[in-house]
Design a protein around this ligand. Structure first.
Ligand code: HEM
Length: 478
């Protein structure tokens, strides 16, 4: 007779060295780069371990099988970390990102539809115009030989794209047009990061100047978005054809029958979330791709040749159909997303007791999923720390021994995977392809001086690039 193996209890997991009473809190909170602390502890303890913050217990898992199961078991058995959800909710936002259970489901369906692959096609003119705009700006910089802090520039690009796609608002941050809306967003985003990382919610008992400023900014943004909602309603009344082909996310939510029970507050919350979720994630991913491309001119040339072959005379991909033919560029995008996921870890909590991979996870257990670890491990990806887009091309893979695409969780997984994935990939494709077609570029700093920096998302700090315009004669790629 066989007896079932007893599940492992959390108390039996290994734990890194920590302070007697405060546990792992001091080391975790002294740095912004929490993912690196967690990665160091993986080296110390293995892929599954426990930590505590002054008595508050957490599991940390870099085990890809366990992480996949946890992500799939949402929203029933796991949820986003309640602290993170509450911080966003007390700012007046309850959206697809921080809602749970049935409320989440009600929000998810129309949001996923508004950002699905078919709808994204209608946004192509926005992507094209904004790509043209940043190319022009970088051409001016290239003419003077000035080095460029690209992460900041790409952020302006994604802000312009997201605000236009979210509610048809033409911000023109690329050309540094001063804008009240943007000034307030600049106050809000760092404060969300600060509050999520704060060990205690001090602002709930004592409001500092920055907290009052945040409240003002939130009120202004909410007022502006409500004005957009009313204007969009009027537009739809006057142009009923928008019901079939909404031109932005706001219109899409107003005409979607699943969203009919959405209040204006629900619409505001979701549009606000798009701005929050879609800007630095995408611009940081583009920046990481450029970091590697700048060190590999042969890859830049391959992207350029592909762009010339696919949309010859044009500077920017003319249509979505052209973008879908950029096979090599797509491999570069996938490789950048694998090697530098901008959300290296996800924070969740269990809603009920569950046994997974023989580990008993009691109700209300906090769990940090460190997905980046498996994405850069040799057992899953051969030569994992090398930037090798070819590994994504079936016919050309030089490193075919280990290749586990299903382990890449840069956009999360399961029912709550990122609904902005198609938009983000299109933004990456159109911009990277156009940049490589028009410029040669090189790192203006030593690669060792470009660091992973975590502020809500992970970005390359100190990334400076020099752009040089290319002539019409394209040297052949290797
Ligand atoms: C390269 C760019 C992006 C990356 C790496 C990224 C990554 C992620 C990740 C890791 C999650 C959590 C998924 C999970 O819990 O399983 C997420 C959720 C989400 N993302 Fe993205 N994202 C990107 C771009 C975007 C864009 C452009 C938008 C929208 C304009 C967006 C909207 C959202 C929303 C609404 C959620 C919450 C989904 C839910 O909880 O149901 N993201 N994203």
């Amino acid at each position: 007779m066989t007896t079932a193996k007893q599940p492992t209890e959390i108390k039996d997991l290994p734990t890194p060295k920590g302070h007697l009473l405060l546990g792992h809190l001091p080391e975790f909170h002294k740095t912004a780069n929490k993912h690196q602390v967690l990665e160091r502890w993986v080296e110390e303890c293995g892929e599954l371990y426990r930590i505590h913050f002054a008595g508050m217990k957490l599991i940390v898992s870099a085990n890809p099988q366990l992480n996949h199961k946890v992500l799939k078991l949402r929203p029933e058995k796991f949820r986003r970390l309640s602290k993170m959800a509450e911080i966003i909710e007390e700012m007046g936002v309850l959206s697809v990102f921080n809602a749970e259970g049935e409320t989440w489901r009600r929000h998810r369906i129309p949001i996923a539809r508004a950002l699905n692959a078919r709808r994204i096609r209608t946004f192509h003119p926005v992507l094209r115009a904004k790509t043209g705009s940043i190319l022009k700006k970088l051409s001016d910089r290239a003419a003077t030989g000035e080095k460029v802090a690209v992460q900041e520039e790409f952020m302006l690009f994604t802000i312009d794209v997201t605000t236009s796609i979210a509610f048809g608002y033409e911000m023109d941050m690329i050309n540094q047009q001063q804008d009240e809306f943007q000034d307030h967003l600049k106050t809000i985003f760092p404060m969300i990061n600060e509050r999520i990382s704060a060990p205690l919610p001090v602002w709930r008992v004592f409001k500092q100047e920055k907290d009052r400023k945040l409240e003002t900014s939130l009120k202004v943004i909410e007022g502006i978005v409500h004005r957009f909602i009313n204007e969009a309603r009027e537009r739809i009344k006057k142009q009923p054809e928008l019901r079939e082909n909404p031109t932005n996310l706001l219109e899409s939510l107003l005409v979607d029958k699943e969203a009919h029970n959405f209040s204006d507050k629900d619409i505001y919350s979701n549009v606000f979330t798009m701005l929050l979720a879609g800007e630095d994630t995408t611009s940081n991913s583009i920046s990481w791709a450029v970091f590697y491309l700048a060190q590999h001119p042969d890859l830049v040339r391959k992207i350029r040749e592909e762009a010339i072959a696919v949309y010859n005379g044009e500077d920017v991909a003319p249509s979505q159909e052209h973008l879908s033919r950029l096979v090599y560029t797509h491999a570069v995008v996938q490789e950048a997303l694998r090697i530098k996921p901008t959300s290296p870890q996800l924070y969740l909590e269990s809603n009920e007791e569950v046994v997974l991979e023989n580990l008993r996870i009691p109700k209300n257990t906090r769990i940090i999923l460190q997905n980046k670890v498996a994405q850069t491990e040799a057992q899953y990806f051969t030569r994992p720390h090398e930037f090798l887009p070819e590994r994504w091309l079936e016919s050309e893979c030089p490193v075919h021994q280990n290749h586990s695409p299903d382990l890449v969780k840069t956009f999360g997984a399961g029912p709550r995977f990122c609904p902005g994935k198609y938009l983000a990939i299109n933004e990456m494709l159109i911009l990277l392809s156009a940049l490589c077609k028009q410029f040669d570029f090189r790192l203006a700093v030593d690669p060792q001086e470009v660091n992973e920096q975590f502020e809500f998302t992970m970005y390359p700090e100190n990334l400076w690039i020099e752009f040089t315009p290319v002539g019409n004669d394209v040297p052949s790629a290797v």
